[in-house]
Design a protein around this ligand. Structure first.
Ligand code: SF4
Length: 451
């Protein structure tokens, strides 16, 4: 096992390969392989997986944006400001989505979705008519529970009465408003076309229609000082959004900022700022939801992304969407728009990379998620979930954690606050690390050096 310092270097390499934004989760994306199975095998795996899970969520990625923000690492499709152009893109998108949905419809016939998350890109670019077409495709192919949580990511500049009414007619019951920053100097620097007036207007339209609003903010953006960040906060807090996400700016090689030579931010400073901001939120009554967000109540949240540790599966559709067939596999669709739609056009499944999931992998997925987010795991809960004793199943891993400062108290294992890397050092298998290093195009001699 690499020592802590060297393992940190390996994690940094893995992070560089991660364009999913899910570097928290196990197995690390860097270790996923090129998809080399058949569509039939995927359908079979889904059928088997669905027999053993309680809940299923549906995630759909709408990849289009009007322009690309410099801090964004997602491979979005910039369609510009020409509305006709956008409509053409959506036509192709709906054709592809229809094909993809029909591919999975039979496997999901007996199941219904308890959450639907529409992410992007900017799903709010859909016209009201397109919103109806979009939901028609979903409902014609899948069962969505009556009480399902349905969330869409909205760009403040797109929010208007007609769009919101179209979303509401289709069951939207929570929104995620991409505010990112209220500082116009910062917004100009990161080329995000938006202003404070649009944010306030969007917020008030959503509230008028009774839609709970989650707000996304980014900490550590270029030109953002501590002072300017807290002045963002003082603009947002009086609105009392249901949930506030405080995402750290991660300067991956996939951001335009990094491509244009921008220097990585000081991550330690960002973390300090985030902690201070969370403290402020707790002082005014917000409750912790997970490591990136706080809510007015523990229920003001996105159930799809905050309860990942539960025994549930997630079907992702659209370019770059990630799926998790519990106990079987995790996979990601082709990220690049052209690859995605041309594969579907030829009748192929649009999966680009995947990783198989054994029961042990699921246990590690659970442990890594709980320890990263909650800083502790309940051993009784683990036993209930998996029918196994944690300390026996992960004997060696527990000792590594203990050597890194973890403690066992009242049936829970607690890890120190900064144990992100140590948790992964304990649980990433040698094979996972080697796969990741190979994908990073580094020879295994790189790892030997760090043994
Ligand atoms: S941050 Fe949002 S609006 Fe900006 S490029 Fe990324 S997905 Fe598009």
């Amino acid at each position: 096992m690499p020592n802590p310092k060297n393992f940190h270097i390996i994690l940094e390499k893995f992070r560089e390969l991660d364009y999913t934004g899910y570097s928290e989760q196990y197995p690390p994306f860097a270790s996923w392989n090129k998809f080399n199975s058949s569509p039939k095998a995927v359908k079979e795996a889904w059928k088997e997986s669905l027999e053993g899970v309680g809940e299923v969520g549906l995630f759909i990625n709408v990849p289009f944006c009007r322009s690309k923000c410099f801090f964004c690492f997602l491979p979005v499709v910039c369609v510009g400001r020409n509305e006709e152009n956008a409509r053409e893109f959506f036509k192709i998108y709906f054709k592809s989505l229809k094909k993809e949905a029909s591919f999975f419809a039979a496997a999901f016939k007996k199941n219904s979705f308890s959450t639907v998350y529409i992410g992007g890109g900017s799903p709010s670019m859909m016209s009201p008519e397109e919103v109806h077409v979009f939901f028609k495709i979903l409902r014609e192919n899948f069962n969505i529970e009556k009480k399902a949580q349905i969330i869409a990511e909205l760009h403040p500049q797109d929010v208007n009465r007609e769009r919101i009414e179209a979303f509401l007619a289709n069951g939207l019951n929570r929104s995620c408003l991409g505010v990112q920053s209220m500082d116009e100097r910062v917004l100009t620097e990161v080329k995000r076309k938006q202003n404070i007036h649009q944010v306030k207007r969007a917020y008030s339209i959503l509230k008028k229609h009774g839609v709970p609003v989650n707000v996304d903010l980014i900490v550590g953006l270029p030109r953002q000082s501590e002072k300017s960040f807290f002045s963002d906060f003082s603009e947002i807090l009086p609105l009392m959004p249901d949930q506030i996400h405080l995402n750290a700016f991660i300067c991956t090689p996939y951001t335009l900022y990094s491509m244009l030579g921008g220097k990585p931010p000081d991550y330690a400073k960002i973390e300090k700022l985030r902690l201070k901001a969370f403290q402020k939120l707790f002082e005014i009554g917000y409750k912790k939801i997970d490591s990136d967000s706080a809510g007015i109540t523990p229920h003001s949240r996105n159930f799809q992304t905050t309860d990942l540790w539960k025994k549930k599966s997630l079907l992702g559709m659209g370019p770059g969407a990630i799926s998790h067939a519990y106990g079987k596999m995790r996979y990601i669709n082709y990220m690049v728009w052209k690859d995605y739609f041309s594969r579907l056009k030829k009748g192929n499944i649009p999966i680009e990379r995947w990783v198989k999931m054994s029961l042990r992998d699921e246990m590690i997925y659970y442990v890594v998620e709980r320890l990263s987010n909650e800083k502790n795991i309940n051993l009784e809960e683990f036993r209930k979930f998996f029918g196994r004793d944690f300390l026996k199943t992960f004997f060696a891993e527990w000792h590594t954690l203990k050597n890194s400062g973890a403690t066992l108290k009242n049936g829970r294992i607690y890890v120190p606050p900064k144990a992100w890397s140590d948790i992964r050092r304990a649980f990433y298998s040698y094979r996972t690390i080697i796969r990741g290093l190979k994908n990073a195009k580094l020879k295994s001699s790189f790892l030997k050096k760090f043994k």
